[in-house]
Ligand binder design. Structure first.
Ligand code: ZN
Length: 351
């Protein structure tokens, strides 16, 4: 401090004769202060705070954001205005050659952490199409401070196993005409299957849902109204949720508790899987589609289609509603016998 005052005194002593030659005697010579790339000349009694105010200098504050982009801690990283590289009081007297720098605080995002969760049972290797599963773990990525989850990924940690079985599934019921016939055949052969039911039909025929449940079948969710255009995965998110929720409510009203969802038309993407998952539903499509929904489908063609394509672990789609399913009813006993002849059993879908 003393050294700087002496330096000022020396500068002033040298400057006076030059200035007095041109200017009034009582005006002290200005001092030069570097602000950014410019030098500002101010009276020698100027305080640091005065110049900051006069030049409207302002340092922006940086905030800490969470992983989703919301402010977690506002102004966590304050901006600073430095004099000669140091934080000083506003009342600090400026000296010739001083340098003022504005340092803005930078926005930052909280760090991400990865958490590995061992999963108790097996997880499906290809959950939408096959019954194949493997031991697995879930890797969750979240904000270190907020705990908000930004991603989750399930990874296999061991060898895949495929059951010596297939899953028969029936869509577009319940139908008072076809569902009882299909149930009779399944019960006759001792086969358990999964029914993807349409919500508004469930509400009309809750007795058929109870019959399915009593026979040990699994009742899944096939949307409330079976919207087909646009494709289900392109529905606005609210409509998609509504279709899933309302069907689940109808099935619960009939005594079921759906945990699998099949979109009408079988269209799905990551977003749809996430919406379904948030409602406790696993999206399941199929591996084998014998196209029994065609009005001109023949029973023997349906049988051939299934038996020539089916393999252990496959999910097979057929229909107990939605059209003329007489061919499906006629084909079903032959399909069951044929699959059994291949040494395969029948399972229902699981969570
Ligand atoms: Zn359908």
């Amino acid at each position: 401090m003393l050294g700087r005052l002496q330096a000022v005194v020396v500068v002033v002593a040298v400057a006076i004769p030059l200035v007095t030659a041109k200017r009034a005697h009582d005006l002290p010579p200005p001092i030069g202060v570097q602000v950014g790339h410019e030098v500002h000349y101010v009276p020698p009694d100027t305080l640091f705070g005065d110049l900051v105010r006069k030049l409207h200098l302002h340092a922006r504050n940086g905030s800490l954001f969470d992983v989703t982009g919301k402010v977690l801690r506002p102004a966590e990283y304050p901006g600073r205005i430095l004099l000669n590289g140091r934080v000083v009081r506003k009342a600090q007297l400026l000296a010739d050659g001083d340098e003022i720098r504005v340092l803005n605080g930078h926005d930052q995002t909280e760090p991400r952490v990865r958490q590995v969760i061992a999963l108790p049972g097996n997880v499906f290797a290809n959950p939408q199409f096959y019954l194949t599963s493997a031991p697995g773990e879930e890797i969750v990525t979240k904000g270190k401070i907020s705990g908000k989850v930004v991603g989750s990924e399930i990874r296999n940690t061991g060898p895949e196993t495929t059951p010596n079985a297939v899953a028969l599934t029936f869509d577009d019921g319940p139908s008072p005409l076809y569902t009882p016939q299909i149930l009779n055949i399944l019960e006759h052969f001792g086969v358990k299957a999964t029914f993807f039911t349409i919500g508004f039909q469930v509400e009309e025929h809750p007795d058929l849902i109870r019959a399915e449940l009593d026979a040990g079948m699994v009742v899944g969710n096939h949307s409330w109204s079976h919207p087909e255009s646009p494709p289900f995965r392109e529905l606005p998110p609210n409509r998609m949720r509504h279709e899933m929720l309302k069907a689940t409510a109808a099935i619960r009203g009939a005594g079921g508790d759906p945990f699998v969802f099949r979109p009408p038309g079988g269209t799905f993407d990551e977003h749809e899987v996430a919406v379904a998952s948030s409602l406790g539903l696993r999206v399941v499509i199929w591996a084998v589609d014998p196209e029994d929904w065609r009005n001109d489908a023949k029973a023997n063609e349906i049988v051939d289609n299934v038996l020539s394509h089916v393999d252990a672990g496959d999910i097979i789609v057929m229909h107990d509603g939605g059209g003329y399913q007489d061919a499906t009813v006629a084909a079903l006993p032959k399909i069951i016998r044929g699959i059994r002849a291949m040494g395969l059993g029948f399972v229902t879908l699981t969570r």
